[in-house]
Design a protein around this ligand. Structure first.
Ligand code: 4FV
Length: 222
């Protein structure tokens, strides 16, 4: 998969995407990730990317020109252009699976009070929000999307089994999990899990996942 990111803060991406699973996916060519500075498409001497909102009001907006030029330069035939903003549809595991099936994503991150509406209307194939709160810019949301999508790419996670049997994969929260020692400070791992009875274990896991989902996220059951 190819992912391009448009941002005013390229340096923010150094670190989180250079470690562990995402780093290995990039090294193995399973993910071709490139970070681009939007300011490189600002043509005036002061490389301006923002301006005041028409009609007044606080803050600044991202101007259309640099974004139109940058997206025109980076977009290819199969590219899906995705804006990150609080006004987008709520990002989820099912959307992550959807995007993992794409070949080519261009993530456009916001800043200031957001985008000139013509960017959204003319260029966006999709718009995603990572949650109902306001961040200083769209860099972290882009990294969240990159992480959640990359780990679903074939071959990225050790055994693809693990991404199949996790929270939200079956629309449920994950059941309680235990590892050695079977007893720790008087707290015992459930006998069924150390019993070796796979049918019993699967039954217990499903029951526990449903119970935890019912208690914590009944909305998921709807
Ligand atoms: C955001 C979110 C988010 C809003 C103003 C950047 C900020 C600034 N993006 N999910 N929540 N963006 O808060 O995606 O433009």
């Amino acid at each position: 998969m190819k992912i391009d990111v448009l941002t005013l803060f390229p340096a923010m991406f150094a670190g989180p995407l250079d470690e562990s699973i995402i780093h290995r996916a990039r090294q193995r060519g399973l993910l071709d990730l490139k970070i681009h500075n939007l300011r490189d498409w600002a043509r005036d001497r002061r490389r301006t990317v923002d301006d005041q909102p028409f009609g007044g009001g606080p803050g600044m907006l991202l101007k259309p020109e640099p974004l139109f030029e940058a997206i025109a330069a980076l977009r290819r035939e199969k590219t899906k252009v995705i804006l990150l903003s609080p006004a987008g549809r709520k990002f989820s595991q099912s959307i992550a699976r959807e995007l993992a099936a794409e070949e080519d994503l261009l993530l456009v991150t916001g800043h200031y009070e957001g985008f000139d509406e013509r960017v959204r209307a003319a260029l966006a194939d999709d718009e995603l929000s990572i949650g109902d709160y306001v961040l200083t810019n769209g860099a972290l949301p882009a990294m969240v999307v990159i992480d959640a999508v990359t780990r679903l790419l074939p071959g990225v996670l050790g055994d693809d089994e693990s991404s199949r049997r996790e929270s939200f994969s079956a629309g449920l929260l994950e059941e309680p999990q235990y590892t050695r020692p079977a007893e720790f400070r008087g707290m015992k791992a459930p006998d069924v899990l150390v019993s070796g009875h796979h049918a019993e274990i699967e039954k217990w896991r499903r029951e526990q996942a449903k119970r935890r989902t019912r208690e914590r996220r009944p909305d998921l059951l709807k």
